[in-house]
Design a protein around this ligand. Structure first.
Ligand code: FAD
Ligand code: NAD
Length: 396
């Protein structure tokens, strides 16, 4: 048929926003839109630090895709993408093939291990519902194991590698969860050690130093030991090797040391830096007028020539811009360049505590925690309206 086919890969922040906008802006029979995602749910990645630590249920960090998109307007396919073939305008799924006229790639990032030996095999990551289920169960299991082998204090040592926002938010939750687990398992809290290990000279490198100091103080009071300016060199089944050879024995290593793009993108032949494609001003892959790349898989530069950090915020804005340009392409109208507008950054430090910069001002403590909640509610509203806010909002 002559109806253009749009295929969207990944129902993350970028893919969902693109889908929602397309279903609103496209007229009847103007395009065939297909959304492909590995699971039949969208996960709220920005909430995953809570279920990972066990301070919230994983159910509260996911939403069924059928509740978000209108299946009369968008075909949803639950499947895993195994190959992208730009030369044939095809996408190979584990159980079929899709052809497209326009492709949107929003498959999200993967943990970056920088080739550090043993990390892939021995550390866990906060990336998806399944990965946080594992972390949550694993932490609880260490307490149960300790009760059977009380000499194994390494069961009670928890290592978080990397003090970026993911590491800091997780450690905020973990330090809230540990006292509960100590009570539940009758374990002396003084036996538990939580280490946050950061290679850079400061936690949250590049963020406001006063807020970073505040965050570290809040976390130290909750029992966290920071090892700043100390790199993880190796991860083994017994723990981590840091700095110049010191071993920290632990059965629980959570790696939050950074992310890279999805390897399907490199395999498809796109030129990448750490798995990300340096997109053009319209968020398209260079040399491919019909392929848009969003979110953690794209590299977008600010006017000073430095890359923006990969966030949900930029992925959402890219999705909106991408949908606009897809509609414009189909209607032979001019495309709109992508201009990122940074609304700020707010990070949680556990219950009732957070830090952030928004509206050009600094926030900390309760006000910042409230702001974080407001941002999360706003997101639920954007993707699912009032019904989703009412269903999930009370858990945030
Ligand atoms: P994702 O949201 O990662 O979605 C990718 C989708 O693709 C997923 O649904 C996945 O299942 C699917 N997929 C992957 N591979 C395949 C495949 N082969 N086949 C089919 N489907 C596949 N950013 C902020 O701006 N603010 C925050 O407060 C914030 N908090 C965060 C907290 C945590 C704990 C973490 C880990 C990240 C946080 N981020 C935050 C960063 C933010 O989550 C990411 O930048 C954002 O999720 C990127 O969106 P995306 O659309 O690129 O991909
Ligand atoms: P990141 O890349 O921002 O941070 C990783 C940290 O790990 C860095 O500080 C790095 O120096 C450190 N590191 C790297 N190698 C190391 C080693 N060998 N040993 C010890 N430390 C090492 O990754 P992230 O924290 O997962 O964040 C990813 C993206 O998601 C960022 O863009 C971030 O802004 C965003 N995010 C935002 C929020 C929020 O706004 N609340 C929360 C989470 C994530």
């Amino acid at each position: 048929s002559s109806i253009p086919k749009i295929v969207i890969l990944g129902a993350g922040y970028g893919g969902v926003l693109t889908s929602l906008r397309l279903q609103k802006e496209l007229n009847y029979n103007e395009a065939d839109v297909t959304l492909v995602n590995k699971h039949d749910y969208h996960y709220i990645t920005t909430h995953l630090h809570m279920p990972a630590a066990g301070t919230d249920n994983p159910e509260n960090a996911r939403v069924n895709i059928s509740k978000l998109i209108d299946e009369f307007k968008i075909d949803f396919v639950k499947s895993t993408v195994v190959q992208i073939r730009p030369q044939d305008r095809k996408v190979i799924l584990e159980d079929g093939t899709l052809s497209y006229d326009y492709l949107v790639i929003g498959l999200g990032g993967e943990p970056e291990t920088f080739g550090i030996p043993g990390l892939l095999e021995n550390a866990m990551n906060i990336r998806s519902i399944n990965s946080v289920r594992l972390i949550r169960e694993h932490i609880e299991y260490q307490f149960a194991r300790f009760k059977r082998e009380p000499h194994r204090t390494d069961y009670l040592t928890f290592v978080v590698g990397g003090a970026g926002f993911t590491g800091i938010e997780f450690i905020g939750e973990l330090s809230d969860r540990i006292p509960e687990l100590c009570k539940q398992f009758d374990v002396d809290p003084s036996l538990v050690k939580i280490y946050n290990i950061e290679a850079a000279p400061t936690a949250l490198p590049g963020f406001d130093p006063e807020l970073v100091e505040y965050a570290m103080e809040v976390l130290r009071k909750k029992g966290v030991t920071f090892r700043i300016g100390t790199a993880i060199k190796e991860c083994t089944p017994d723990g981590v090797i840091v700095g110049d050879g010191e071993e920290i024995r632990s059965q629980t290593v959570i790696w939050t040391g950074g992310i890279r793009g999805n390897r399907l993108i490199e395999e498809a032949g796109f030129e990448t830096m750490r798995g990300r494609v340096k997109v053009d001003e319209f968020m398209r892959a260079p040399g491919h007028e019909n392929i848009y790349i969003l979110g953690d898989n794209s590299l977008v530069f600010n006017p000073e020539g430095r890359p923006y950090p990969p966030t949900a915020q930029i992925a959402m804005q890219a999705g909106v811009n991408c949908a606009h340009n897809l509609v414009a392409s189909i209607r032979n109208q001019p495309l709109k360049g992508f201009a990122y507008s940074n609304k700020g950054t707010v990070a949680s430090l556990g219950k009732g505590e957070a830090i952030g910069i928004a509206f050009g001002k600094k926030y900390k403590g309760r006000v910042a925690a409230w702001l974080k909640k407001a941002i999360d509610l706003r997101y639920l509203f954007i993707i699912g309206g009032i019904p989703l806010v009412l269903r999930k909002g009370k858990f945030l």
